[in-house]
Design a protein around this ligand. Structure first.
Ligand code: MTE
Ligand code: MO
Length: 438
């Protein structure tokens, strides 16, 4: 370590003795008089609370996919130790995924102005010269690279996904999942290195006095070791109150135009940023559709009179027409569709057969899992594995009807799965085969 350190220092000296490049590398370049440890720490404090909520709701969403049931559900088969925390996702409360994923996506959008403001507040550090002073500083800069890079990566991939802007090389889930672990590791390192500095900076100025100080009373903070405070401050054009207020107003505005998609019902109309249709139509089937039948290649003859449901289990498969299914004992459940993209419907009134009854019909009443397959020719969501606790929940249905009418083609006619607290993506539509396993 000492040898490495000596070599880094020698190298740093060589770079340092070369002239400092012009522009942002010069110490006089960054001149905002409000930049300094206090403002950075205010934004940092918000992220200190926000990022852990993002991380926890994110890893919960991953658990909700039932990745333990195999590659059909899991796009990150090589996760190794990163799956250490996985547990059986419950079916109650039935709105659990709606809450955790609504929180994940809404908070992610709302934190964007705070993240940008935090990055703006520390930007002089990006141009620090000489770039490497010691081995310790090199390590610190590497951790900041992972922190900033990881943070931007997670926010950008998340927002692209909820905006249905699929430009990812490979799967969004894989990128967002591994990215989250890199980001959170760098976040933990960063917080442990900077927590003391942050609390000291927050105590150095009184928030309420700051909120009463306008532009004319705005003075730079005293010089700091990190070099955030400008050496040659310009005259203020904005107070700290103005900066905090602008970021807060930006976040509030984003909240108002985003949250409606998770709350659903009438408030859907306020979700101006949601990429889906804000008016999903009227009548029993008038609620949000993710993929329409036409968009995934469901043709009328695939789901017409020739359609049959196959139920596989211990003995010979049972094959049933829709009329036969409708003649079996039907049950109802009021459940929402809650998508990983953050939107949810209000509770819809589903009617159909209990998965538990179909498991019994298959000869495996205590089935530990079921493979659900749709008639959809291909595509990532055409099949899914569900777990024993999901099969046994009395509200877990193979739905045939919704809100008093037959399912529409776009909502999965002739039959779809609906399970309490299940991520939308696992509520497979246009089902034609159920394979129960022990
Ligand atoms: N066969 C099939 N089932 C599917 C999908 C799909 O693309 N194909 N999309 C899933 C996703 S991502 C969601 S959020 C829900 C949406 O159901 P809805 O369109 O009825 O609201 O259906 C799920 N079931
Ligand atoms: Mo979804």
């Amino acid at each position: 370590m000492a040898a490495v350190s000596a070599r880094v220092s020698a190298f740093a000296e060589r770079i340092g003795s070369a002239a400092t490049p012009p522009g942002p590398f010069r110490s006089g370049f960054w001149r905002s008089p409000i930049r300094g440890p206090w403002l950075t720490s205010v934004f940092g404090l918000v992220l200190l609370f926000g990022i852990p909520v993002m991380f926890v709701t994110g890893v919960l969403s991953y658990a909700a996919y039932n990745p333990g049931l195999g590659p059909i559900n899991d796009q990150t088969a090589d996760k190794g130790l990163l799956g250490f925390y996985l547990f059986d996702w419950p079916t109650r409360p039935y709105w659990l995924y709606r809450l955790t994923q609504g929180l994940h996506v809404t908070l992610g959008v709302v934190l964007v102005p705070v993240l940008l403001a935090k990055l703006w507040s520390v930007i002089p550090k990006l141009f620090q010269w000489p770039p490497l002073r010691s081995a310790a500083q090199a390590l610190e800069r590497l951790s900041l690279l992972l922190l900033v890079g990881g943070g931007i990566f997670e926010f950008v991939t998340g927002i692209f996904n909820v905006q249905l802007f699929y430009v990812f090389p490979g799967s969004f889930y894989t990128l967002h999942f591994y990215g989250a672990w890199v980001f959170i590791a760098a976040f933990v390192v960063h917080v442990s290195l900077r927590f003391g500095r942050m609390t000291r900076a927050l105590r150095s100025r009184n928030l309420f006095r700051e909120l009463r100080t306008g532009v004319s009373g705005t003075r730079p903070e005293p010089p700091d070791a990190d070099g955030l405070v400008p050496v040659a401050p310009a005259a203020p054009t904005m107070s700290r109150r103005g900066a905090v207020g602008m970021v807060g107003a930006g976040s509030l505005l984003l909240l108002v135009v985003t949250a409606g998609q998770s709350i659903g019902g009438r408030l859907r109309g306020t979700a101006l940023l949601a990429p889906h249709d804000r008016d999903p139509g009227h009548g029993p089937n008038g609620f949000q559709i993710n993929k329409t039948a036409a968009s995934v290649g469901i043709t009328p003859n695939l789901v017409g009179p020739a359609w049959r449901l196959e139920v596989h289990g211990s003995g010979r498969p049972v094959v049933l027409s829709r009329e036969q299914l409708l003649a079996m004992p039907r049950h109802t459940a009021a459940l929402p569709i809650a998508c990983v993209e953050g939107w949810s419907t209000a509770d819809q009134h589903w009617e159909g057969l209990r998965l538990a009854d179909l498991a019994a019909l298959s000869g495996l009443p205590a089935a530990g899992s079921v493979l659900v397959e749709s008639v959809q020719p291909s595509g990532p969501y055409s099949s899914v594995m569900l777990r024993g606790n999901q099969i046994r929940d009395p509200r877990a249905l193979l739905a045939l009807r919704v809100n008093g009418a037959d399912l529409s083609m776009d909502h999965g006619y002739p039959a779809r799965v609906i399970v309490p607290a299940n991520p939308g993506v696992n509520n497979t539509k246009w089902v034609h085969r159920l394979t129960f396993r022990t």
